[in-house]
Write a protein that binds this ligand. Sequence first.
Ligand code: FRU
Length: 498
Amino acid sequence: MEQWSREKRYQKFEDVSPETMAELKKQIDVSAFRQTYHIQPQTGLLNDPNGLIYFNGQYLLSHQWFPFGAVHGLKYWFHYKGENLVHLKPQGPIIKPDTPYDSHGVYSGSAFEFEGQLYYMYTANQRTASWQRKSTQMLAKINEQGDLEKLTTPVIAMPPKGYTQHFRDPKVFQKNDRLYAVIGAQRENRTGTVLVYEADHPESTWTFKGEIQTDLNAFGFMWECPDYFQLNGKDVLLFCPQGIESEENRYQNIYQSGYIIGTLDFDTLHFEHESFVELDNGFDFYAPQTFLDESKRRVLIGWMGLPDTQYPTDNEGWAHCLTLPRILTYESGKLKQKPHMDLRKLRHNKETALGYANKFIKQLHPYEGERYELNIDILENEASAIEFHLRASKNEATVIRYETATRRVILDRFDSGQLPYPVEDTVRITELSSDLEQLRIFVDTSSIEIFCNDGEKVLTSRIFPNPQSNKIKVVTDSGQVYLKMTKYDIIVDENGAH
Ligand code: FRU
């Protein structure tokens, strides 16, 4: 492992020559794990998606970025732009750590439109001489020349009384003609919560309104990356609690990302809600953010990675990617997540097949590949359990297993290739509320996203198999299944330069 001195971690992108950056880029371009249709760092480390918005006919998206290697150093926002959600073009850093307030990182935040103008609110991270953390919330806007202009002082200068400096990730939204920001926070008793601020203009005073009052009063030590929105008249609060103990098949990852749904009273901030539900049941998912697409659908994009974990690409000088965009809906009392329709633009070479599978493992022809969308309809199921082996070879396979009696879907990464570290266990298990009828699976060079039953459950994971592991196989424990499979190669043409 490369050693990172504090000096190197806090080096500025502006101080490094384009030649050095080109050299770094050349090094990572030869990685066998570079993705093709997922947003990944040009160099260095990517984490949270930031500032997602559809504005003036374009999708704008940024991500947390440390340019020089796979460590969490001095953070920038790296920016992308495009006319749809799959052909986004890199634009370079957009918000830079160039004020005393954000001297130690431009942390996560959001975008919003106000009176036709584009604004960003983000957390400015500062370390004092004695390395004490100081968090303030800053505002930036895109001026008439199209340049980013920061307000010279923070719009929220410190956390309110009773909260620590773990105070970050403002998500701004408009409701009843008022502006609100939800901000992740930690109480002085070291429990996590979400705070609400209010303003009538982005550049006027932001007033502290209070905490969102939930039933989760001692649910982890910090809540990061909150988001609030409505779906079908229901209020939804997303957040990422840190410090939750795992319980059977729940909360298996180091940190969680999930939601509560119900009714939030904006006068009292009392939230009448159902229990906390994890958004994703895979290995690698964190810090999602939502926005409205051009048809006002609620779209979610997450970070396909986790803090405090080493990944196999770290020693290649880069780490992580974003998830694919998903549409959130609320149907028959359930939040569902489905792949965004823009992903259809990437489909090539459709292959369909209809047939039985049984306990003799069957390798599918001509079904193979490293990058594809695979849709499986389970038309009849008399098997006790079904397994789909993807990215498979003699020695490797990423296994999706469905156990009929318990309706459990199990993702097994044991034989997937190289593994992140330290990660609890090599399986992730989730239970469906009805029989498994359909899977939509997106495989890229080093990731898999599995949507079960029209988006009831999603499992998202990085995998690091050998490039030669490209087979697709099906097998049952006993009994047979009748399947319809549709596979599309995913090819990004020159318009999609991730
Ligand atoms: C979540 C997070 C945020 C913070 C950012 C810093 O992954 O820790 O809370 O703003 O990453 O990169």
